[in-house]
Write a protein that binds this ligand. Structure first.
Ligand code: PGA
Length: 253
């Protein structure tokens, strides 16, 4: 279902104490502001997931996401976290294919398609990331490149499964750089992606898919980005580490 979503990806930041404080502040502010029509998602590092699930339990509209998962069910994969482990601690979402995972851990669309399958099988929602490098954009191949990430990572899914997926468009040149895509650039890409989804799944399903924007999204630019017709929210990195900034972004809708 197309939903307004603001997800905070802490990446590899915060001690457990800092994480607990940040979570409690976010839950308090979200409860106080009554932003009922926006789903708020917190994605802490794996060791804190269980604690953050506990702290958000009963909070209105606040859910917890992993930053990654392994595609295998279980077994000899030292250091990895399986979907059934996430499921067993009540984590409902997982960010998949963040550009940092694609770049530093060489994750491919093929591998990501398996992670998506593993998540859906256990009833978790994948937040599937896509996005181009600056050179791909400068060469003019960005629409084709990002559309292809969706085709290879998601288009094996049947309609019912696809309906459960959330997409996050994150231009790599905008992540952590302070350079945000303009609202025109974001809207243009989101519209292209929605059209690409509709070519595979039809207009109704495409129009019901949440497509988030990520990349230097901050309280001062979120409003303009979220006002775009095809932008359904944000995946927030740096600005999700401060409760007030994060909740101000949530309130930008
Ligand atoms: P940023 O990160 O907001 O710090 O640019 C976004 C992301 O990587 O999800």
């Amino acid at each position: 279902m197309r939903q307004k979503i603001v997800a905070g990806n802490w990446k590899m930041n915060n001690t457990i104490e800092e994480g607990k404080k940040l979570t409690s502040e976010i839950v308090d502010m979200v409860n106080k502001e009554g932003v009922d029509d926006v789903k708020v998602i917190i994605a802490p590092p794996a060791p804190y997931l269980s604690t953050v699930v506990g702290l958000t339990d009963g909070a209105n509209n606040v859910e917890v996401s992993a930053q990654n998962c392994n595609e295998h069910e279980s077994g000899a994969y030292t250091g990895e976290v399986s979907v059934s482990m996430l499921n067993s601690i009540d984590v409902k979402y997982a960010i998949i294919g963040h550009s940092e995972r694609r770049e530093y851990f060489h994750e491919t669309n093929e591998q990501l398609s398996k992670k998506v399958d593993a998540l859906l099988k256990s009833g978790l929602t994948p937040i599937f990331c896509c996005g181009e490098t600056l050179s791909t954009r400068e060469n003019g191949n960005h629409f084709e490149y990002v559309s292809n990430q969706l085709s290879e990572g998601l288009f094996h899914l049947g309609e019912e499964d696809f309906k459960k997926v959330v997409i996050a468009y994150e231009p790599i040149w905008a992540i952590g750089t302070g350079v945000t895509a303009s609202s025109e650039q974001a809207q243009e890409m989101h519209a292209v992606l929605r059209k690409h989804l509709s070519s595979k799944y039809g207009t109704e399903i495409a129009n019901n898919t949440s497509i988030l924007y990520g990349g230097s999204c901050k309280p001062d630019n979120a409003k303009e980005l979220f006002a775009c017709e095809d932008v359904d929210g944000g995946l927030i990195g740096g600005a999700s580490l401060k409760a007030k900034d994060f909740v101000d972004i949530v309130k930008s809708f």
